[in-house]
Design a protein around this ligand. Structure first.
Ligand code: UDP
Length: 317
């Protein structure tokens, strides 16, 4: 099988490329970013990296025509972009998905779209069911542009599904693991690791009572592979996550213990970190019945094991 992964040089995409190569398939990634996360795949003759934006329609069309299955992961992601460059978030995310779907429709190829738990916004109806309500703030608050761009992408997916395209929407819940981000950047796990490895204070934002369910990348990838294979998943939105809900305060103390670090944990008022009216999500927990029923996958990696493997990987860097 020939698998195209837009955004394949990123964290999740690089692991997904690896998984399909391990299954003996041909993989092409389309990504303007450098090959830091996929350099180890270069020697594989079944792997190809095209350093180009997904918004290049000509190249995209050729690659979609070549492929049997398209994963659309290319997107502008990260809190710093939601509040720093909303124009870029909206343009790349909303135009990218349309171009990918249009090309896939032309060539009749199945698409798996990577969406996000962010689409639920600040809904309090935990665990989040896929057909539950989305609760977002004002469009004058830049923070919501990412959730809105991904939700628009989902709408496009379902619009194309009505016209007969085979599409699956996956909503990822805080996926983490080796190659996540650079230390100190991006998401809470990589930020804490940077602090821990230097023995500096671990910065919990607010009182740390906000919760997340973190998904180890191997579990997320197994679900993503199945989404590409299983017909039952087509036409559906499916949460990809784990059951282990943890407060950020608890996450910090687990990480200090697992890293064997002497870092103290400090609490930083959220308005000192989040300017421009950024709003933290108090509780984010997925309903996983669709993931189990339609993808046949359960998250198997406990948080402690996954954090241990992730911290070890960062230590070796
Ligand atoms: N967070 C924190 N300290 C940091 C960075 C993030 O306590 O240095 C918190 C953040 O406020 C949020 C949680 O960790 O409650 C997860 O943040 P992240 O940006 O990783 O993802 P998201 O908010 O999208 O789930």
């Amino acid at each position: 099988m020939r698998v195209l992964i837009t955004g394949g040089a990123g964290f999740l995409g690089s692991h997904l490329a690896e998984a399909w190569l391990e299954r003996g398939q041909e993989v092409t990634i389309l990504d303007p970013a450098g090959d830091l996360k996929v350099r180890h795949l270069r020697p594989n003759p079944r792997f190809r990296a095209i350093r180009e934006t997904v918004l290049n329609r000509e190249i995209l069309d050729g690659l979609v025509a070549w492929s049997d299955l398209v994963y659309h992961l290319a997107a502008v992601v990260g809190v710093e972009h939601y509040v720093g460059d909303p124009y870029q978030v909206l343009t790349v995310n909303i135009n990218g998905v349309q171009d990918v779907l249009a090309a896939a429709f032309r060539h009749q190829k199945k698409v798996v779209f990577s969406s996000t738990s962010e689409v639920y916004g600040r809904s309090t109806a935990v665990p989040f069911e896929e057909d539950g309500d989305r609760v977002l703030g004002s469009t004058q608050t830049d923070r919501w542009c990412y959730a809105t761009s991904k939700a628009a992408g989902e709408h496009f997916c379902f619009a194309f599904a009505r016209m007969g395209l085979r599409v699956v929407v996956l909503r990822y819940f805080n996926v983490y693991g080796p190659r996540l981000d650079q230390k100190d950047r991006g998401r809470v796990v990589s930020i804490f690791i940077g602090q821990l490895l230097r023995g500096e204070p671990v910065t919990v934002i607010g009182d740390g009572s906000q919760t997340r369910t973190f998904t180890y990348v191997d579990d997320a990838v197994r679900a993503t592979v199945q989404a590409g294979l299983r017909a039952e998943a087509e036409g559906q939105a499916i949460n990809v996550g784990s059951e282990e809900e943890v407060s950020i305060r608890d996450l910090a103390s687990r990480m200090v213990r697992i890293a064997g670090s002497s870092s103290p944990i400090i609490f930083v008022p959220s308005d000192a970190v989040y300017a421009h009216g950024y709003e933290d999500i108090p509780r984010r927990v997925p309903s996983l019945s669709r993931m189990r029923a339609l993808l046949g996958v359960r998250a198997e990696t406990t948080l402690d094991v996954g954090l241990g493997q992730t911290i070890e990987w960062f230590k070796r860097q």
